[in-house]
Each structure stands twice: as C-alpha cells, then as structure tokens.
Design a protein around this ligand. Structure first.
Ligand code: HEM
Length: 424
C-alpha cells in the first residue's frame, strides 16, 4: 500500500546520479522519490543539480541538493551564511524578494515575525483548541453521514482550512471560494490540471484583491484576528521610523498564511491516515490508548514531511562536507530526506508510532524561520485523529490514492489528491 513517504514516484526512476532530474513531475506521482534521496545520502550528500533548459520559470543555472539531516540542520540555522532573501522556491520572483516573511533575513525578518506572533495572543491560542475540536467533530460527523468519502477533500482539507481562516479572520461564507482559488492556483502546475500561466496569474490577482478588500474591512471594523493586526500594524525600521506594511507585503503575507496554514497540515493528515491504514495495529493502539497520540503525531509528521524543500543562497564561499559552495549559489534543504536519514533514525523506513526520541525536522531545522504554525499543526492533527477514531470502528481504503504532481517550483508539491475511504 502506498503512502506519501514510503513509496517512490516512478518505477522507471533512475539509479544513476547523472540522470537525476528533480524537475520531472512524474517523480512524485506516487509520493516523494525516496530511492533517489537514499542514493544521494549514500553517494553524494552534497550534490549539484544542473537546471534543465526550457523551464517555464526563471531560475538559477543549478542548485545544491542537501539530503543529510545534519547538513540541513546546520544550513537552516546559519542565516548569515545562507540567506533566505530569494524565498523558499527554486523559481525566482524578484517581486517576492524581501517582501514575504519566508524571503527575509535579519532584522526585517525578526520584525515581521513579531507582528504575526502578536496575533497569537494567549486568548487566541486558548480559543483555538476549542475551535479545532468543534470543527473536527462536525467534519468527521459529516463524513460519517456520507459513509463513503474522499478523505482528502471531505476531511483533511476542511480542518486546516477552517482553522487558518478563523485565525486570519476570513468570513465563513468566503472560505470555500477562496481556498478553491488557492488550490487551483497551486495546482496550475500539475500536468493533469493544466491551466495557462495567464490563468494562474489571474487567480493570484484575485487572491490579492481579496486580501486588500479584507484589509479595508478590518481597518473599518477591527476584530480579534490576525488580519486586523497585520492590516493596522506599524513597523519600526532601522532608523526608528514607523510605517504600515506595503500592499505587496500584505498580499504575500496573505498568500503565505493561507497556503502554509492549510496545504501542509492537510497533507500530514491524509498521508497520516494512509500510513495508519497500512499499519492497522498502530491505528488500533491510537484508538485505545490516548497516550499514544503525541508520539503518533510526531511520527505522522516525520513520515509525511509535507514540505519537500526550502532553498537558501550562500552569501560567501564556503564548504559542506568538503564540497565547495560558491558565493551566490543556491542550496536546497530536503526535509523528507533528512527525516529518513539512516544516521539519525533507527530503521527510518519503518512507520512506528512508538518511535523513541523522534527528532523529526519537518518544521525546519530550528533556525530563525522555524515554522510558526508547528504547534497549531500538531494540535490539529491530534484533535482530528482523536475525533475520527472515537467516532469510527472501521476505516477502509476503497481505491489506491492519487497524488498531485505539482511542479518542483512549489516547495509544498507533495500531496495526496484523493483518498477514497469508507467510514463506519
Ligand atoms: C504539518 C504542517 C506544517 C509543516 C510540515 C510546516 C513546515 C514548515 C517549514 C519547513 C517551514 C520553513 C522553516 C525554515 O525555513 O526553517 C515553515 C515556515 C512557516 N510556517 Fe509552517 N508548516 C506546517 C504548518 C503550518 C501552519 C498550520 C501554519 C499557520 C500558521 C504555518 C505557518 C508558517 C509560517 C508563517 C512560516 C514562515 C516562518 C518564517 O519564515 O519565519 N505552518 N513551515
């Protein structure tokens, strides 16, 4: 049985380093191409990937692929030597440079991170737990009523969407429309869902227009949510001058929150269920022993590692494992590979909710950009599985799952598209 972590993308995947081309979307047709990365960890842990010609996006001429846990963690933590200014993706978007939390360095990054942290007030965090449970109960009950459902669309998609929308302050009546738009925008690069570049950009414009409209509403009518804080916040620059965030920064912030807050957790929930269906004894343990939930959630996150990579750029010449990295070159950190590193995890390809000292690195390596939603994601996954397992006695997989094959230029390109199940 497949899972987004364990099964490789394509049976015809090469075993020759020189033939590896990570831009081929077929590689992720059945999940992360683990066999390629196992080979890279063994034979070339610091490996130069030339960029093929004719790509539809602007890129560097190539990039370093880091596949070992320790290297990924070290680069992730060294923000002075490895800059985030060009953003996490391998595609280059000059508009985004320094304009989004994930594409900022130094003080500017710290300042912007403080704004969003200001949104997570103790009152807000306290409220989230109850909200997540209410949503989880209603989502699971709706799915149970249907009996047969697509777990991705009907369950895994719903909880993270409603939670991030509650936090940001997106009115319930706009959610389905907005998140369908976000989804279509991201899936624009899937060969099975081809939309033209113009259509994709059109969707981005619609999203940005919505973000601006929401800003205006929150300024007129402030509420206890993050978008009110972000739209009205004034930042102090290095000279002590105060100014509001620019519209372009607000737009990208909105995109970051809606994508980071929903896609990732959705993939962890759906990939987690798939792994559990493949290990029914562990599913039963989770059902009967509440203390198993916490380590199970960490293992689900390790196993699914929903963010494939984040990119950095070397700010000066350096070396990793004796390999020379030149100033200006791009370096990519492959989190799913780090989470299968044989030197860190005992029997890494075994899904095991009882795993001791699970130092999974799916939320980043502990550097300045460490995932702001890590605890929220953990709680959403735990609450969803608690409510699901409480209300079901049997969960059957009806068909092989389908995967999205999004472009490499979306770092969250590993996703289950469809997981048909019967809940009883
Ligand atoms: C299983 C779910 C999730 C995974 C695997 C995940 C993973 C990641 C990773 C790998 C990073 C980059 C870390 C780095 O560069 O050091 C990141 C950053 C971020 N995540 Fe998450 N994330 C998840 C859920 C969420 C949620 C629910 C939110 C919603 C609030 C969120 C918000 C963010 C933000 C705002 C950043 C940027 C932080 C910065 O640049 O300072 N994430 N996440």
């Amino acid at each position: 049985m497949a899972d987004p972590g364990a099964e490789s993308g394509d049976e015809s995947v090469t075993t020759d380093l020189a033939d590896i081309d990570l831009t081929r979307s077929e590689l992720v047709r059945k999940g992360f191409p683990h066999e390629i990365f196992t080979m890279l960890r063994r034979e070339a842990p610091v490996w130069w990937h030339p960029m093929p010609d004719g790509l539809p996006v602007k890129t560097d001429e190539g990039f370093w692929v880091l596949s070992k846990y320790d290297d990924i963690q070290a680069v992730n933590r060294d923000t002075e030597l490895f800059s985030s200014a060009d953003g996490p993706s391998l595609s280059l978007n000059p508009e985004m440079k320094g304009a989004m939390l994930v594409s900022m360095d130094g003080h500017a990054h710290i300042r912007q991170r403080q704004i969003i942290s200001a949104g997570f007030t103790p009152r807000m965090v306290g409220r989230l737990e109850d909200q997540a449970r209410r949503w989880a109960v209603s989502i699971v009950e709706d799915a149970l009523e249907k009996g047969t459902c697509d777990f991705v669309a009907d369950v895994a998609y719903q909880l993270p969407m409603h939670m991030i929308a509650d936090i940001v302050g997106i009115p319930p009546e706009d959610r389905q429309w907005l998140f369908t738009l976000t989804n279509d925008f991201l899936q624009g690069s899937d060969p099975d869902h081809p939309i033209s570049r113009e259509q994709q950009m059109g969707k981005q414009v619609e999203m940005f227009q919505y973000a601006q409209q929401l800003c205006e509403e929150k300024r007129k009518n402030p509420q206890d949510d993050i978008w009110t804080i972000i739209s009205t916040f004034e930042m102090e620059d290095d000279k002590g001058e105060r100014s509001a965030m620019s519209q372009i920064e607000l737009n990208f912030f909105f995109l970051l929150l809606t994508v980071a807050g929903s896609e990732t957790t959705r993939n962890a929930i759906s990939g987690g269920l798939l792994a559990l269906l493949d290990h029914p004894d562990q599913l039963e343990t989770m059902r009967s022993d509440p203390s198993a939930m916490r380590p199970a959630v960490e293992e689900i996150i390790r196993w699914t590692s929903p963010v494939a990579y984040f990119a950095r750029r070397a700010t000066r010449d350096t070396q990793i494992r004796g390999v020379k990295i030149a100033e200006g070159q791009r370096v990519t950190l492959w989190y799913p590979s780090a989470n299968r590193d044989e030197d860190v995890f005992d029997d890494p390809f075994r899904f095991d909710i009882h795993r001791k000292s699970n130092q999974q690195i799916a939320f980043g390596g502990g550097g300045a950009h460490f995932c702001l939603g890590a605890n929220l994601a953990r709680r959403e996954i735990a609450i969803l599985f608690e409510e699901l397992l409480k209300r079901t006695t049997k969960i059957e997989l009806l068909k092989r799952p389908k995967y999205n094959s999004l472009s490499l230029f979306n770092p969250i390109y590993l996703a289950l598209r469809e997981l048909p199940v019967r809940l009883s």
